[in-house]
Ligand binder design. Structure first.
Ligand code: TMP
Length: 196
């Protein structure tokens, strides 16, 4: 199973990765926990470039670097793990690029999708969970520490509406209320996964 968590900064994705890891291990499933950007050695360097608050770059450059990170991650980590029969739980994937670079940065959803198709070879998540937060809350909760967190409330609002639109009626995609306590969020994710 390939499970992806999406959502704005401060929506609790890292906490959920930890809780899901623990819960699945109790069910004798040892998932690979990973994230984008930064799930490979090269990706860790790309992540630094992408998040550094002092680094200026054009939106298309940002998209190309996110997609480069994803290509390495899919080829080096995600696909080999899935092929070996392992569950993969990943913080962020294609929808992040479509929501952030395609829609919020205004490059267009289509180019973001096309570049992502090339980078992933069409590998799609089996389950996608959007940890949904009102933009005001996400904005308030983030520390404004990186290039993305430092964007204004308007950017957070664009990302949120992009996510909701993209999720739409996509099979295997669910919107989860991230204002709930972490244990409850984890329970509602687990309830939708094919685990005993
Ligand atoms: P993270 O803090 O959730 O790990 O993500 C770092 C930032 O990268 C986050 O603000 C969203 C941004 N991002 C994109 O803009 N596009 C992408 O494709 C990915 C994976 C992340």
């Amino acid at each position: 199973m390939f499970v992806v968590l999406e959502g704005p900064d401060a929506s609790g994705k890292s906490t959920q990765l930890k809780l899901l890891d623990e819960a699945l291990r109790q069910k004798r499933i040892a998932p690979l926990i990973t994230r984008e950007p930064g799930g490979t050695e090269l990706g860790a360097e790309l992540r630094e470039l992408l998040l550094s608050p002092s680094r200026k770059m054009r939106p298309l450059t940002e998209l190309l670097l996110m997609v480069a990170d994803r290509h390495e991650h899919v080829e080096e980590v995600i696909r080999p793990s899935l092929d070996a029969g392992r569950w993969v739980i990943c913080s962020r994937y294609v929808l992040s690029s479509v929501a952030y670079q395609g829609i919020a940065r205004g490059l267009g959803a289509q180019i973001a999708m096309q570049l992502n198709d090339a980078a992933t070879g069409g590998l799609a998540a089996d389950y996608t969970f959007l940890l949904d937060l009102p933009p005001e809350l996400a904005y308030e909760r983030t520390g404004q520490r990186d290039r993305f967190e430092g964007e204004g409330l308007d950017f957070y609002a664009k990302v949120r509406s992009a996510y909701l639109e993209l999720l739409g009626s996509r099979p295997g995609a669910y919107v989860i209320d991230a204002t709930l306590p972490p244990e409850e969020v984890c329970r509602s994710i687990l309830a939708r996964l094919p685990v005993p």
